[in-house]
Design a protein around this ligand. Structure first.
Ligand SMILES: [Zn+2]
Length: 435
């Protein structure tokens, strides 16, 4: 008999390694890892004080949000129904100029709380003061890839200075919090970083063997501006300086030519599809079907909560599928199973963490969510994947486990005082606007 920390029993398990659900299953967790996944009859092989009865519940790998700016929860509702340029220049950048580290900390706590309550266990964040983000993520128990934002235009700090402070954050936090924190670099975009900054950031990432997260081809206007000024596409420019590589995660990728897609595929660049923010800011639709046909790894993201305005990955999954179906006028495009893969196994691959997370299998980190399926809108169950992608909501998530630690059970967040986080974030948000 094996001593373990947690046993989840009476469970339907969607491992995402295989399509066939495991019914009447159990999951054994020890030292933050999954040690066994299989049938209920093996239950007596394990001994534990902590059992979770998952009757009427479905276990999934925790969802992974591949692109957000989580502290922007505090700007939710401040810049509504505007086109991207004025959204950024008239509203968001002036607010961000007033930001202090403690604002980012409170905004991140609020975002982490929302993610726990909607089943996201890991996210990629690009923002300022990532050390404050790290502190909040550490406290709330989530897993994250932090990409300190680097810009060389429009700020008083130079690109080189921002890179230096990003390297400092890397040295301080990469691999900490029991391995829950990873630090990459976040050159903001081709239009906001000059060539030399992009090259320096790329070289620093190479030297430290870490990843790069960048906004790419989000705005048609910016893409056109670069083409007119430099005579090359955003992707073409990145290719020219040797930036495109397997450690690059590019958000949006809407305005791409076939040649651009080919270049991204050839260099094994990973893509994040952010359908809700792209629709809300009316930026266009990424050609996900073509990218998948080229064998590109695609993850899903919400983008920041000021342009979405939610961090609910269930909503993102549904809209991700619907938008592609509509765009290609073909309901067979992006079936539910594939969309859920994009939010789990494929996302893990996009983050280079496929050996650690993304599926429920022995040896992987125990990042697991339980969905309560005893709900009118999830009945009947003919197809688990269709119910999850087309009918479920973030509020159906009952239990969240990250690194073998229970963060929420029966929808009650165990690791934090929910009321206090909401109150402080609200106060911070009002304070910044009036500052
Ligand atoms: Zn973004």
């Amino acid at each position: 008999m094996q001593n373990i920390d947690i046993l989840i029993k009476n469970c339907t398990i969607l491992t995402m390694k295989q399509k066939e659900p495991i019914k009447n299953g159990i999951i054994a967790i020890k030292n933050g890892k999954i040690t066994f996944v299989g049938k209920e009859r093996k239950k007596d092989n394990f001994k534990t004080e902590r059992e979770i009865d998952a009757k009427f519940k479905v276990a999934l790998p925790g969802l992974i949000n591949c692109h957000t700016h989580v502290a922007m929860t505090i700007f939710r509702g401040t810049a509504e129904d505007k086109e991207l340029n004025s959204w950024l220049k008239e509203k968001i950048w002036p607010l961000e100029a007033k930001l202090k580290p403690e604002d980012v900390y409170h905004g991140t706590l609020l975002g982490c709380l929302e993610m726990i309550k909607t089943g996201t266990t890991c996210f990629v964040d690009m923002y300022f003061y990532e050390d404050a983000v790290a502190k909040a993520v550490k406290e709330l128990g989530l897993r994250a890839v932090l990409a300190p934002g680097i810009l060389s235009t429009g700020l008083s700090t130079s690109g080189q200075q921002m890179l230096e402070s990003a390297v400092e954050i890397y040295r301080k936090f990469h691999g900490t919090a029991s391995g829950r924190l990873n630090v990459w670099f976040g050159p903001h975009a081709v239009y906001s970083c000059d060539k030399q900054t992009l090259i320096s950031v790329m070289e620093a990432a190479k030297k430290l063997n870490t990843g790069l997260h960048i906004h790419l081809a989000e705005s048609a206007e910016m893409a056109e501006k670069i083409r007119l000024e430099l005579g090359i596409s955003e992707v073409g420019l990145l290719h020219e300086i040797g930036f495109l590589a397997k450690n690059v995660l590019a958000a949006h990728c809407i305005h791409l030519s076939k040649n651009d897609i080919e270049l991204l595929a050839r260099h094994n660049v990973k893509i994040v599809y952010n359908p809700v923010a792209n629709m809300k800011l009316a930026q266009g639709t990424a050609k996900i079907k073509e990218m998948l046909d080229f064998g590109i790894t695609v993850g899903l993201g919400t983008d920041g909560p000021a342009s979405n305005n939610s961090l609910d990955m269930f909503e993102t999954m549904k809209i991700a599928a619907l938008l592609q179906k509509l765009t290609y006028k073909d309901p067979r495009v992006l079936p539910a199973w594939q969309v859920l893969k994009m939010a789990t196994v494929d996302a893990a691959k996009a983050l280079g963490l496929e050996s650690e997370i993304g599926s429920i299998e022995a040896g992987k980190k125990a990042d697991i969510i339980l969905l309560d399926f005893k709900k009118p809108h999830l009945t009947p169950i003919h197809d688990f994947y269709a119910n999850i992608v087309y009918s479920a909501r973030g509020s159906d998530v009952d239990t969240v486990i990250v690194n073998g630690k229970v963060l929420m059970e029966n929808r009650e967040v165990i690791v934090a005082n929910e009321e206090e986080i909401i109150r402080k974030a609200e106060k911070t948000a009002l304070d910044i606007v009036n500052r």
